[in-house]
Design a protein around this ligand. Sequence first.
Ligand code: GDP
Length: 459
Amino acid sequence: MTEDTISQIATARGAGGIGIIRVSGAQALTVARTVFRPAAGGVLGEVAPYTARYGHVMAADGSIIDECVLLYMRAPHSYTGEDTVELQCHGGSIVLREVLLRTWEAGARPAAAGEFTKRAFLSGRLDLARAEGIMQLIAAKSARAAHAARERIGGALSAEITEIRTRLLGLIARIEAGIDFPEDDIPETEAAALAADIAAAAASAARLLAGAETGRILREGIKTVIVGRPNVGKSSLLNALLGTERAIVTDIPGTTRDVIEEELVIAGIPLRLLDTAGLRAAEDAVEQIGVQRTAQHMEDAELILAVFDASMPLTAEDRDLIARLSSVSADIILLCNKADCTPLLTAADFAALDAPVLMISARAGTGLDALRETIAARTATADGGLSDGALPAGERETEALRRTAHHLSEAGAACAAGLGTDFVSIDLRAAYDTLGEILGETVDTDLIDRIFSEFCIGK
Ligand code: GDP
């Protein structure tokens, strides 16, 4: 347990009915006794853990700062694993600041970003993969992402990692026991069994790695860009998908001059949806900038919804867009809008592109379900039967899994080449340690500090 006692505002900034100051550390109750006066009078004596006390937070000069409900959670049964006091005050930013300063006067020091959760990790209450789940739950942009985060906090990813590590440890023990291999060479029969076990561990790691893309998408969303020449119905489509009137819809070409960004959830997948200025030879300077931005967004989009007007044949601008689409790296879905009018476009018009073509009507709302399904299918891939909560989500985890896969393939190769036991066990150990990084077992304090500093203040 760390020595000093920390405090911070634990609730969101801004006005709220209640705001909570969390105080954590060995001196939490001492700090509380200095700042809190029970409503019944006297001083705060013994407090039974997990009971509430009503009173006031007092300034040093004896004046009242705020009314307060005090909660005491005793180590190790608290969020941080340490003695913790929560002061529930009124949720105004000034009053909370005053209460916070008072706890600092009373001996606590300011908690850094993520420090409460870091203490939960250091006290062994949570491994790193689970602690990161807490950050993901707070940042979740969809119900599915929140569900995944909850599973992760419950240990879904940790369990997968631990299972592979346990198997690796068994293999290392078998090799290092060494009794069966007096010559320091692995007998052929044993080598075959070992190779099979290494391959099985590698397959488990590969299965996790295959889910990394879906994990990332769940967390960050897919950067999606709507493109198409003016008046094909891009803003109408955005509005139909959002079910609101966020973008301005008009029939004057070029109304959407800048980029509008919205968040939309489809099958639990957050989409960062950008409605763009039409791609065309813009007449004025402002619109030109919009058109340039559109080209830039197309470059770094992950998904492009290209909209065409089905009620008329392809124009020169449409053909120009099709040509541009053939050189982007994003997934593309081609949408023939205004299908409620007699459609003149067919899939054959887009034969140059390898992308699904959907007939839709943004106005009538038809074809939108098919569009949602097509988008959802993009993230339903390669999850290998893993629950969302077991998907690796961050670059740190993905990179560690890549290195694990590399070490396991080296171990397999060493085994197949009949190299000595040392060669095999060195790589297995490296894989074991690398997986330990995901749980935070084998990472240095600098990295731990960096990871937790990405949490918000008060968490
Ligand atoms: P944008 O310039 O591509 O964003 O196009 P808008 O969304 O502003 O739409 C241009 C015009 O097409 C407006 O008059 C819309 O009402 C009309 N429009 C959009 N979607 C449809 C559709 O599905 N069917 C029909 N008939 N008209 C549509």
